[in-house]
Design a protein around this ligand. Structure first.
Ligand SMILES: CCCCCCCC/C=C\CCCCCCCCCCCCCC(=O)SCCNC(=O)CCNC(=O)[C@H](O)C(C)(C)COP(=O)(O)OP(=O)(O)OC[C@H]1O[C@@H](n2cnc3c(N)ncnc32)[C@H](O)[C@@H]1OP(=O)(O)O
Ligand SMILES: Cc1cc2nc3c(=O)[nH]c(=O)nc-3n(C[C@H](O)[C@H](O)[C@H](O)COP(=O)(O)OP(=O)(O)OC[C@H]3O[C@@H](n4cnc5c(N)ncnc54)[C@H](O)[C@@H]3O)c2cc1C
Length: 621
């Protein structure tokens, strides 16, 4: 059980539910039908949670994977952001007041931060919460067009509560962004409360099952007790107090979701796409390899293996990295709760960097899987379009990827600067304190250690060069901000190199921990392929300073090609090992029983365009 842990019983339970296992085909629905269908599932899911006593987050997640395959429901923002923010930023009293209701779904909430004019630049948000000591209320207001809240999931039609991020003003003084619990809709009529203008923002690239919404405040009053007050308080008379704290604690919800996205979005999305493309490539036969012989499975073409096996290796790598990212999140978050905040900057950097690196890689990888399925990959029956639009959203939400890489780079620059001044780094950046060998130890054996060392060398060199370039830009008269901008492409590449090394290192450590020799050998091959493809695709980075030479690059290429043949016999088993049920894949091409053609034909016959009473039929007659 390399992957599942305790998940299977909950998946089986969910699959027994008729409404989840089989239902109307998502591909034949309009957007409104998709949204309504998702709401029906949400309600059924809530009933199931009560019936099966599902309280634990992890248990619910297994259930959700079946109930909402490859889509985010309105429960995503509720359980992924609303409840965690209440728990992390609320006082004990506030937690007691709202969390039980939220967990029983008596109130449904979302996280309301982004505005029409600003998403990335949180300090540029304009919504105000002005304290009035006479009424002991905060007055929420949207002073400009650009301050209208825009994008929050579930805001459009569903949620009756939200955590609104707004600038706190007391006596004309701006205290910065703070979280406020706001009731949005009547609990009786579900109508928006007076003073609020709200609705859905319209059709999107994907996310049809979520009503991302807008919200405009017109001097809307909320009780003083509704500011989340774990770290900062506003007393009745308007006195502002705060515990000694890092002001970035109010960004905690974002760190949580970024940390989860690596596994939940990038890891799952890419693993599903690989499952579909590799299973289908074992079913599909095309052309001739040898004259007068049966047409081969397309998976036997080396070029097909070259497209898919590196992605399979990447899927395993992202999956393992996602599991590690979750562990780190919970570990550091526990430390923070006990007052030890030293590792917050590292957590912010690694979660930002990995969220960006893995969602970009997964998004690119899912599209490559689609291309590898030829014509049928372009059909919605492949399931790949739905997986893609869901996963690629992860490149933008929760911090746009370039911006997240720059946050990671900022931390790397700080650490590298510290090392220059004699400080010893630790954790994910401890290698920046090591003396990095300039001699490449790669031989035709390609041990995992030597491969990881190559990535370490690349990351350390690129970070060093980015730092030196930054200093040079400043020394030649640019101010620090312009120097940063003029160096930002180099900085994002340094951050990517750091994340790439981290991912290779995680994969290596998983392989080393496996006891079964057979499994270990197969995983070692995948890890080698991941690393060798990384070297080849970024070969410039490895030869630029003479670390790798042409002969070694040739060896890399040879080994990569021989690994394709070595992995081929296990390829289908390696995707079966992810243990996705057909319901979770939502793909005719990726069906477990391989019965692709018969089901494609059945599916096409059901498409609404074939209905005889259709208007089109009348127009064409
Ligand atoms: C055991 C298993 C159990 C499993 C249980 C699992 C439960 C799982 C349940 C749910 C999981 C859900 C996951 C799946 C989700 C899928 C559904 C998703 C649905 C979609 C949701 C999308 C929601 C959103 O998008 S909400 C909006 C998000 N918005 C953003 O992300 C905005 C991005 N911008 C920013 O974050 C910031 O503005 C910024 C970082 C770009 C800049 O901020 P700033 O200007 O204030 O900072 P500076 O650049 O000036 O830096 C100053 C200083 O601060 C440091 N810093 C910045 N941010 C942070 C931070 N967050 N934390 C700590 N420190 C931070 C920065 O590094 C600087 O430090 P210096 O030391 O250099 O000064
Ligand atoms: C599907 C989806 C769901 C969402 N759900 C929610 C939600 O529930 N709640 C919520 O509050 N928000 C939500 N959002 C909003 C989301 O968090 C923001 O869209 C995201 O943070 C990006 O911000 P932006 O739109 O302002 O992008 P922009 O910042 O406008 O990005 C545009 C371009 O500008 C570049 N750029 C911007 N700043 C910099 C910089 N400093 N340096 C270099 N380049 C820069 C970016 O790299 C990008 O190429 C959601 C968005 C999506 C797509």
């Amino acid at each position: 059980m390399l992957f599942k842990g305790g998940g299977l019983p909950h998946e089986s339970l969910a699959l027994q539910e008729k409404l989840f296992g089989a239902g109307p085909d998502y591909n034949f629905m309009t957007r409104i039908e998709r949204f309504k269908n998702s709401l029906v599932r949400v309600q059924h899911f809530i009933r199931c949670c009560a019936r099966y006593n599902l309280h634990d987050h992890a248990d619910k997640k297994w259930f959700e994977g079946v109930a909402f395959p490859n889509e985010v429901s309105v429960l995503g923002p509720h359980s992924g952001m609303f409840i965690p923010t209440l728990k992390e930023q609320g006082s004990e009293e506030q937690i007691q007041k709202w969390v039980p209701q939220a967990e029983k779904h008596q109130i449904m909430g979302t996280y309301i931060q982004t505005e029409l004019g600003h998403g990335t630049f949180v300090r540029g948000l304009e919504t105000t919460a002005t304290y009035d000591p006479k009424t002991e209320e905060f007055i929420l207001n949207s002073p400009t067009l650009t301050s209208i809240k825009w994008w929050p999931g579930g805001l459009g039609r569903t949620c009756n509560f939200g955590i609104v991020m707004a600038l706190l003003y007391i006596d004309g003084k701006n205290y910065g962004m703070h979280p406020f619990v706001v009731q949005l809709r009547s609990l009786k009529t579900h109508e928006p409360l007076p003073g609020l203008t709200m609705g859905d923002i319209g059709p999107k690239f994907g996310f049809d099952t979520v009503d991302n919404g807008y919200l405009q405040f017109n001097h809307f009053g909320i009780p003083r007790e509704n500011m989340l007050m774990k770290y900062c308080q506003v007393l009745k008379n308007g006195t502002y107090t705060k515990q000694t704290r890092n002001p970035k604690f109010s960004y905690g919800a974002m760190i949580f979701v970024r940390s989860m996205v690596v596994y939940e979005v990038a890891g799952q999305g890419l693993a599903k796409a690989c499952t579909i493309a590799i299973r289908y490539s074992a079913i599909r036969r095309q052309s001739e390899l040898k004259k007068s012989r049966p047409e081969p499975q397309i998976l036997d073409y080396q070029t097909q293996q070259y497209k898919l096996f590196p992605l399979l290796a990447l899927a395993y790598a992202v999956w393992f990295t996602g599991v590690r990212m979750k562990e780190i999140y919970f570990m550091v978050n526990n430390e923070i709760k006990q007052g030890h905040t030293e590792r917050l900057p590292e957590l912010h950097a690694i979660s930002s960097g990995l969220k960006a690196f893995t969602t970009s890689m997964a998004s690119w990888g899912i599209e490559r899987c689609r291309l590898a399925c030829g014509g049928h990959g372009y059909s919605a029956a492949s399931g790949l379009p739905k997986i893609y639009v869901n996963a690629t959203g992860g490149c933008t939400y929760e911090g746009e990827n370039t911006v997240m890489l720059l946050q990671c780079a900022r931390f790397l620059m700080n650490i590298y600067g510290g090392v220059k001044n004699g400080r010893r780094p630790s954790g994910s950046v401890n290698y920046l304190g090591e003396r990095i060998s300039s001699r490449c130890t790669l031989t035709s054996e390609f041990t995992l250690k030597s491969l990881a060392d190559a990535f370490k060398h690349r990351a350390a060199r690129m970070i060093k060069e980015a730092s030196e370039r930054l200093n040079r830009l400043q020394a030649s008269g640019n101010d620090p901000e312009d120097s940063w901008n003029l160096n930002s492409v180099v900085l994002t590449k340094a951050a990517e190199a750091h994340c790439h090394y981290y991912m290779v290192l995680v994969f290596e450590s998983v392989v080393e921990s496996v006891e079964d020799n057979c499994v270990k050998d197969i995983l070692r091959q995948l890890c080698q392929l991941l690393a060798l493809c990384g070297i080849q695709e970024n070969s410039g980075d490895f030869i630029q300073d003479g670390f790798l030479n042409n002969d070694q690059l040739e060896l890399v290429k040879q080994k990569q090609l021989s690994l394709l043949s070595e992995i081929r016999p296990n390829a289908v088993l390696l995707v079966d090992a992810f243990e996705f049920h057909d319901v979770q894949l939502g793909s005719i091409l990726g069906r477990f029983d391989g019965n692709v053609y018969e089901n494609l034909f059945k599916w096409a016959k059901k498409t609404p365009l074939n209905k005889p009473e259709d208007l089109i039929h009348r127009l064409l007659r």
